[in-house]
Design a protein around this ligand. Structure first.
Ligand SMILES: [Zn+2]
Length: 462
């Protein structure tokens, strides 16, 4: 009660002392109205159903991704967004081929695997070798050079659940760098326990990064139960595997970033950029990663486009075209380097199923009127605003951040995200329509308030 009284009193004082406050009050009311509309709106869910079923998986550099671009471009045009266009870029595509793995000794049986994005192929006849099993990635790193000669290195470290991305980031080197680390020690192939938190017999895909000047070896992820099986067998003696991976690499592929805008009514050359990645892995339908992000930011842009008066600054929507293989963020930053000083804020939505729980904005901005308005808008959705600044928002906008573009981050609850992330279980049935509506509401309110105010986010002071 006293909180409400204080609020009324403060508002009255502001009204008396700050003649411009009425305008900001309008922005706050508009943000709240946008949220209410979003919470009752099914557009994003319907869009995502269509994207994940009429297009399905969208591996970058493939005809499937080209269909995803066609579908999404038509959708953006139907929303009457400004300047809908594609920005093409070249890339090396990795196309999954036939793949299998099996235990030959001591007890012949098939294993469930997924080749890692970027992995070279094995010979058609596969690679047959004994394994060297490491329960922790650090154990592999501690192995002496040459000690894995002629062996298939297997790392079975587990990823545990967390609401944020901390645990994923801590095990990520096991997939990204593991193949080259194993090769440096003489291994002929590399297998890791999938970076996932489920117990299903599904492997989780993902890209690797070969180090220059290190021999390239084939690499794949094992399902969790298959990693367990190898641990049990290896505890009793030698295990021999056969691995067949037959991907195709296309160095002359291309993809595109798909862009649309809502031109600012007062300062159209100042840009608030919101994005998500349209490409996906190939095993599921990319409904969650990052179909949800695409639906969220497109849904947010749609609500702002439909306002009777557009925000002061330009809102730019970017659907990135090759995040999983890490081409689209670099391509976008390279093409827009000279424009970077005009991009006042950038944010990417790429964290799965849950509702937005916390937001972070640039250093000092939480203490500004924008920060207070955003915090108020977020609290209506049971989310909070952090005092700590956003230092990361997604791999597609990070190259822009390196050019000086300030970031914002809307953190979703990710406790169960890594159960399905990059696996065949990334399908539309996993989408929670209530959480999706809440995310659209949070993103739309955030994007509107960021585009409607005058703050220079590059200044580190309130
Ligand atoms: Zn993603």
């Amino acid at each position: 009660m006293s909180f409400i009284k204080h609020g009324v009193l403060l508002a009255a004082v502001f009204l008396l002392t700050q003649p411009t406050y009425a305008g900001d009050r309008d922005a706050r009311r508009t943000a709240e109205a946008i949220e209410d509309t979003a919470l009752a709106d099914g557009w994003a869910y319907d869009f995502l159903r269509a994207l994940s079923s009429q297009v399905g998986p969208r591996l970058a550099g493939t005809p499937a991704m080209a269909r995803g671009l066609d579908f999404s471009e038509a959708q953006l045009k139907a929303l009457s967004l400004d300047d809908v266009h594609r920005e093409p870029f070249p890339m090396t595509a990795w196309l999954r081929g036939p793949e299998s793995a099996a235990i030959l000794d001591p007890a012949p049986q098939e294993l469930v695997i997924a080749g890692l994005g970027g992995s070279i192929a094995t010979p058609a006849s596969g690679i047959t070798a004994p394994i060297a099993l490491f329960p922790r990635y650090a154990d592999l790193l501690a192995a002496a050079p040459g000690s894995l000669s002629g062996k298939i290195a297997v790392v079975t470290e587990r990823m545990t659940r967390a609401a944020d991305s901390t645990n994923y980031r801590s095990v990520n080197p096991m997939r990204r760098a593991g193949p080259s680390e194993a090769a440096k020690r003489g291994a002929v192939a590399y297998l890791l326990r999938s970076l996932g938190t489920d117990s299903h017999r599904l492997a989780h895909a993902g890209a690797l990064d070969y180090e220059p000047d290190v021999p390239r070896i084939p690499a794949a992820a094992l399902s969790g139960p298959d990693a367990d099986q190898l641990e049990r067998l290896a505890a009793n003696g030698n295990v021999r595997l056969k691995l067949v991976l037959r991907p195709r690499i296309d160095p002359n592929a291309h993809s595109a970033n798909l862009v649309a805008e809502i031109k600012g009514r007062e300062r159209p050359d100042e840009i608030v950029l919101i994005g998500a990645h349209l490409d996906s892995w190939d095993l599921g339908t990319g409904a969650v990663d990052d179909g949800i992000g695409v639906a969220i930011v497109t849904g947010a842009a749609r609500l702002i486009q439909r306002l009777p008066v557009h925000p002061k600054r330009t809102l730019r929507l970017v659907l990135f075209g090759a995040e999983e293989m890490e081409f689209s963020g670099a391509a976008y930053a390279a093409a827009h380097a000279s424009e970077a000083p005009h991009i006042v804020l950038a944010a990417e939505s790429d964290f799965g199923i849950g509702p937005v729980e916390r937001a972070a904005i640039p250093q000092g901005a939480a203490q500004t009127e924008f920060g207070h308005d955003l915090h108020r808008a977020l609290r209506r959705l049971d989310a909070e605003l952090d005092d700590a600044p956003a230092l990361y928002s997604g791999s597609d906008v990070h190259p822009l951040h390196k050019l000086g573009v300030p970031l914002a981050l809307l953190r979703q609850n990710g406790l169960t995200y890594f159960d399905i992330h990059h696996s065949a279980d990334d399908t539309f049935d996993k989408v929670d329509p209530n959480a999706l509506r809440q995310c659209v509401a949070a993103w739309a309110a955030f994007a509107y308030l960021a585009a409607e105010n005058d703050i220079d986010f590059r200044k580190n002071t309130p």
